[in-house]
Design a protein around this ligand. Structure first.
Ligand code: CMP
Length: 137
């Protein structure tokens, strides 16, 4: 058993896709062991995406991620980190495989509906950014 971190991004929350995406998680055998709805400030989004701070899209990304409510979650299961990445599909929905969340639901590269940690190390950092150990059950 391992854990990973997920975000249901503002475009998906706004379109009322939260329940559908939770079903996608659970149907893949992942357990939601923590979840909450947040409206990130620009500073909180910048802190979360700090590793991308030198990238040209950083300003737009953090403005978008603080533009409306999102839902953050911790998922647990066998190989949770790579499994959730597989279910999400490629970062750019134009390149995502059929049957993945991003292929089926995402709008574009920025409004790509979901986030998932890219490694076990990132998962530990990202979970700790949003949740205390007491909130993960
Ligand atoms: P995410 O998995 O949340 O990680 C960083 C996000 O930056 C990514 O999803 C995309 O939504 C967004 N992004 C915007 N432009 C780019 C780009 N050119 N390359 C990668 N990610 C991008």
């Amino acid at each position: 058993m391992s854990r990973t971190f997920a975000i249901i991004k503002p475009d998906a929350v706004e379109r009322k896709l939260t329940g559908k995406i939770i079903s996608w998680m659970e149907n893949a055998g992942l357990t939601v062991v923590a979840m909450k709805r947040l409206h990130l400030t620009k500073k909180q989004a910048e802190g979360f995406y700090a590793e991308h701070s030198a990238r040209g899209f950083f300003g737009d990304l953090t403005s978008y991620m603080s533009s409306g409510p999102c839902v953050v979650a911790v998922l647990e299961g066998e190989n949770a980190q790579p499994k959730w990445r597989d279910i999400m599909g490629a970062t750019n929905p134009a390149n995502a495989a059929p049957g993945t969340i991003r292929k089926e639901l995402a709008v574009d590269l920025e409004k790509n509906s979901v986030h998932g940690s890219d490694s076990e190390t990132s998962a530990a950092r990202e979970i700790a950014y949003f949740f205390s150990e007491l909130e993960v059950v």
